[in-house]
Write a protein that binds this ligand. Structure first.
Ligand code: FAD
Length: 340
């Protein structure tokens, strides 16, 4: 059981900044995210896109913003459970909550902050009858640990940046990489497409287009797949892994069943006070919440996280006075940072 003060569901920009604000109040945080890396939409959807509305940064790439947020919160040593989706929540007799992930990891905290954004990113899966039986037994929808593919035969399917980038990366790690795409044209960046062509010419990637993986075979784990080109008979290819990278779509998912008040796929909160939901002790901040005038912007999530941490402090330290101080007062003579 992982225990913490504030359990944050979602390691997007809002969740990461919560760690910093909580840390200033000496509250410990642990984050759960369904994705294998922190950053939420910024790292998953648009890491190379510039953002122009982060205060004091006239321009910053979304991926760089994630790095800066991680750097800023590192001093407070947050814990991470990555690549796991928060599935269930149970209120305990002592008022705290136990949140269990789809992989069975349990987390206990007196305060839960849902910073789930658009929801947990769920993989788009190919329509292959028995694919569920091979999940985590050779079928992976996202790559968490590239080393597990060292000296293995790997079949990747997809036509976007993920499929291209991982094919390029694994060409140097895996024993063999076969990239299958149902069109001849790829959607990814031109330089990645060119690199894949280059690796194909060097015999380091086997490129099969237009084609689809149509069946998976193996006893208890993936041993081979059928690859079918349009109007041709399937060809059986031996492989240890089949990695369909067809993109991820966000879904509010299990959180929608936690008894929270939901409006238009978002969690209703008390924005006049502290962004608490209808369940005391559970807050919702960032893109995942809704209230009159809500704007789904990163800086709004930062503001909400800041106010929410003040309320969390009172729940965790009942009756204790929290004197609000500026983060730094060095160089201001005769001022101890306390705000009057
Ligand atoms: P998210 O970034 O969505 O992160 C939520 C995280 O929670 C995700 O990683 C998800 O996997 C995780 N999660 C959800 N449910 C679960 C669960 N049950 N278990 C585990 N994990 C879960 N905003 C700006 O301010 N400026 C911009 O220029 C800008 N440009 C944008 C461009 C694009 C293309 C898009 C799509 C958005 C843009 N935004 C911009 C919006 C901005 O990205 C969001 O406001 C911001 O990402 C919200 O942060 P968040 O942390 O609340 O949620």
């Amino acid at each position: 059981m992982i225990t913490t003060d504030i359990l944050i569901i979602g390691a997007g920009p809002t969740g990461l900044f919560t760690v910093f604000e909580a840390g200033l109040l000496k509250l410990r945080c642990h984050l759960i995210d369904a994705l294998p890396q922190p950053g939420g939409q910024c790292s998953e959807l648009y890491p190379k896109k510039p953002i122009y509305d982060i205060p004091a940064y006239p321009e910053i790439l979304a991926g760089d913003l994630t790095d800066k947020l991680l750097e800023q919160c590192k001093q407070f040593e947050p814990g991470f459970t990555l690549g796991e989706r928060a599935d269930t929540i149970e209120k305990q007799d002592d008022g705290s909550f136990v949140v269990t992930t789809n992989k069975g990891t349990k987390h206990k905290a007196p305060v839960v902050a849902i910073a789930g954004g658009l929801g947990s990113f769920e993989p788009r899966k190919p329509l292959i009858d028995n694919i569920a039986a091979y999940e985590d037994c050779g079928v992976e929808y996202m790559i968490k640990e590239p080393e597990m593919y060292r000296d293995k035969n790997v079949v990747i399917a997809g036509g976007g940046d993920s499929a291209l980038d991982w094919s390029i990366f694994l060409a140097d790690v895996a024993k063999s990489v076969t990239l299958v795409h149902r069109r001849n044209e790829f959607r990814g960046h031109l330089d990645s497409v060119e690199k894949v062509q280059e690796l194909k010419n060097l015999g380091k990637i086997d490129l099969i287009t237009p084609a689809e993986v149509t069946a998976i075979h193996g006893k208890g784990k993936v041993e081979s797949v059928d690859i079918t080109k349009i109007d041709e008979e399937p060809v059986l290819i031996e492989t240890d892994h089949f990695i369909p990278l067809f993109g991820l779509s966000p879904k509010l998912g299990p959180i929608a069943t936690w008894g929270l008040e939901i409006e238009k796929n978002a969690i209703k909160v008390n924005n006049a006070l502290d962004y608490q939901t209808n369940i005391p002790g559970i807050f919702a901040i960032g893109d995942v919440n809704t209230y009159p005038g809500k704007l789904k912007l990163i800086l709004c999530g930062f503001h909400e996280a800041t106010l929410m941490c003040q309320a969390a402090f009172q729940i965790i330290n009942p009756g204790k006075k929290n004197v609000l101080k500026y983060t730094t007062v060095t160089g201001v003579d005769g001022f101890d940072g306390t705000r009057k």
